[in-house]
Ligand binder design. Structure first.
Ligand SMILES: Cc1ncc(COP(=O)(O)O)c(C=O)c1O
Length: 370
């Protein structure tokens, strides 16, 4: 079982003796404004769909996704979340050596480990707000055949403009670049920063529906790339990977592009305001430093007597779940990640954080452990 993920709300609920719904979940990076209006009702009316097999290769939703993004259908695969692709890629691409730009989402490394592909990390410098060093990446990519890059990056929030990323891909035509754009829809003008429509012969783009539309339970992800590579990866796709309700959801979302564009615009605007307020409230707390983010989550560096375990434990006792980032390669027991919510929830969490900072961890006899 892969264990690189973060906070488990069900485990915490059991430990606290409450229901998962009683916990404020700031550890999961899903859009707090989702799912888009009408989606759940649409699915409720189509529950009968589970009594038949879905389309085996999800061709219908590939068509909808292609039309929505203005892409040719032969450049697209649909899967059971982007996770399906992340774990298939090292094998399908017959990689012998991977490069991962970190600190980043653990599944890229776990996928390489699953297929016994050696993975090397290029860890960005914290003093440069974890901005990736693209010149160093180009040098290191010479030794790899696949390169994983998450843009914007989870958990640091670092963002690479599309022109810079395309320049990196062009500088190393022998390597295949896997660009995970799961959080790009949260970025202002994100559409102009996708590599999916740049016709690069050595770039594959991952696009998750889980985060922006808040449907992680449906498991829907897309992969875009050059047709010969799509053919190769397609050989590793399982039949019926995208279930019937997930296919119904994509049809609803992609066939109402104006409504989704409006939903995404609203998300960006709301979260930008929440982020500004959250960051400015932290400016009075020298022991908590936020890293710049253009997406729905913020990485924070703790100092003084604050540790990730202590702060996460203190918040957990107040029924707030955040992400302890100490198990990310390249981060430490001083890093935490908070995913923003709306409607006053961020304020509640800030108050709780302030309380912990003010009291230090002194009121925690066990040093912050639950
Ligand atoms: C960067 C990144 N990529 C991919 C995923 C997996 O998303 P899904 O399989 O739901 O598309 C996650 C989930 O947390 C993620 O953070």
């Amino acid at each position: 079982m892969i264990r690189g993920h973060g906070g488990n709300i069900h485990e915490l609920a059991r430990e606290l003796g409450c229901g998962p719904g009683d916990i404020i979940d700031m550890s999961s990076n899903v859009n707090p404004l989702g799912p888009p209006e009408g989606l759940v009702d649409h699915l409720r009316e189509r529950l009968d769909a589970i009594t038949s097999l879905p389309q085996v290769d999800a061709a219908g939703i590939i068509q909808s996704f292609a039309a929505y993004h203005g892409l040719p259908e032969d450049r697209i695969l649909a899967g059971n979340g982007t996770t399906q692709f992340i774990y298939a890629l090292p094998l399908a691409l017959q990689s012998r050596r991977a490069l991962i730009l970190g600190p980043t989402y653990a599944d890229y490394g776990d996928a390489c480990a699953m297929h016994e592909v050696p993975a090397h990390f290029l860890i960005a410098d914290e003093t440069r707000d974890f901005a990736p060093d693209l010149e160093a990446a180009a040098r290191k990519a010479a030794e790899a055949d696949i390169v994983f890059i998450c843009n914007p990056n989870n958990p640091t929030g670092a963002f690479i403009p599309a022109d810079d990323l395309a320049g990196l891909c062009r500088s190393r035509p022998d390597a295949l670049f896997i660009i995970d754009e799961s959080y790009l829809p949260f970025v202002d003008d994100g559409e102009s920063h996708t590599l999916a429509n740049r016709d690069l012969p050595n770039a594959i783009v991952l696009n998750s529906m889980s985060k922006i539309f808040r449907v992680p339970g449906l498991r829907i992800g897309f992969l875009t790339g050059p047709p010969p590579i799509i053919d190769r990866i397609g050989r590793y796709a399982l039949p019926w990977s995208v279930n019937a309700l997930a296919q119904a959801a994509v049809a609803f979302l992609m066939e109402n592009p104006d409504a989704q564009a409006e939903f995404i615009r609203g998300t960006r605007k709301t979260l930008a305001a929440e982020r500004r307020e959250f960051e400015s409230s932290l400016s009075g707390m020298p022991s908590i430093r936020p890293f710049p983010s253009r997406t729905s989550f913020i990485l924070l560096r703790l100092s003084g007597e604050l540790t990730a375990e202590g702060v996460c434990g203190g918040l957990a006792r107040r029924r707030i779940l955040i992400r302890d980032c100490s198990n990310f390669k390249g981060l430490s027991d001083r890093h935490i990640r908070i995913s923003l919510k709306t409607g006053g929830t961020n304020r509640v969490v800030l108050e709780a954080l302030l309380d912990i900072v003010r009291k230090g961890l002194r009121d925690d006899p066990d040093g912050g452990k639950l």
